[in-house]
Write a protein that binds this ligand. Structure first.
Ligand SMILES: [Fe+2]
Length: 247
């Protein structure tokens, strides 16, 4: 599997608190079957000056553990707009990971996302299931129709953020509003990866067997290759009979 959203970098945001924890996270990732991670610290004004050194120190550990790291960043939409000529994209591709503040998905926000696309970026919105609600679905559909992508959090599907977020994650998935599932891991305990758990969850609850492969691997590979091919699924849950007989 390939994780496209992870706070593995030490001492730059609320992610790994020291190199020991980063190593623990890398070992955990490897154990779950994650071979590639795009490191996505939160953008701050001091990040650029630290990036190279901070990336090198975890890259060294990751290589020892057999995990490949790529550079990336998680931007607040406003920061992405202000940095638009100098964005740290995901793995050097055209894809940029953007979080939108929780609350109403206003019209001007959609315009800002569009402005970013006009600069030549492919926009991936991080964790919409935790930022928005049912009433925002029509706006999310409009964004998707503008070829904006959505990255949902693995932990959301397995109940880490509560029942409401879990149900909303399922709704977004079933309506074709989920292109990637990533960890958004921040540590090696409460906010870990959950990719293995979500893979099992998708396989036992949803009809399409290829769903987990597309959402946890194939679409992420398109980022690494800077390919425009991002697959999208509308899906539905298995019924009781199908679940009982593991069809
Ligand atoms: Fe994040």
């Amino acid at each position: 599997m390939t994780d496209i959203h992870c706070h593995l970098m030490v001492g730059v945001d609320d992610g790994a608190k020291d190199l020991d924890e980063a190593k623990e996270m890398i070992k955990l990732a490897k154990k779950e079957g994650i071979n590639e991670i795009i490191v996505t610290p939160h953008f701050t004004s001091r990040l650029k000056s630290l990036y190279h050194t901070k990336f090198e120190e975890i890259q060294k550990i990751a290589l020892e553990e057999g995990v490949m790291l790529y550079r990336g960043c998680e931007y607040k939409l406003q920061d992405a707009i202000s940095q638009k000529n100098d964005i740290i994209t995901l793995a050097g591709s055209d894809y940029v990971l953007v979080e939108i503040a929780s609350g109403i998905l206003a019209e001007y926000v959609l315009n800002q996302v569009y402005q970013l696309k006009l600069c030549g970026y492919e926009v991936i919105i991080a964790h919409p299931e935790r930022s928005f609600e049912k009433k925002d679905v029509e706006k999310l559909i409009r964004l998707r129709d503008m070829n904006v992508y959505f990255q949902l959090t693995a932990g959301s599907f397995v109940g880490l953020f509560g029942r409401r977020v879990q149900k909303f994650s399922e709704e977004l998935l079933e309506r074709g509003l989920c292109h990637f599932i990533a960890s958004d891991a921040h540590d090696s305990s409460a906010r870990k990866f959950y990719l293995k758990e979500v893979k099992r969850y998708l396989l036992s609850n949803y009809r399409e067997k290829e769903l987990s492969d597309v959402l946890l691997f194939q679409n992420a590979q398109s980022i690494l290759k800077n390919s425009e091919i991002i697959n999208i699924f509308t899906t539905s849950k298995k019924n009781l009979f199908e679940r009982m007989f593991n069809r």
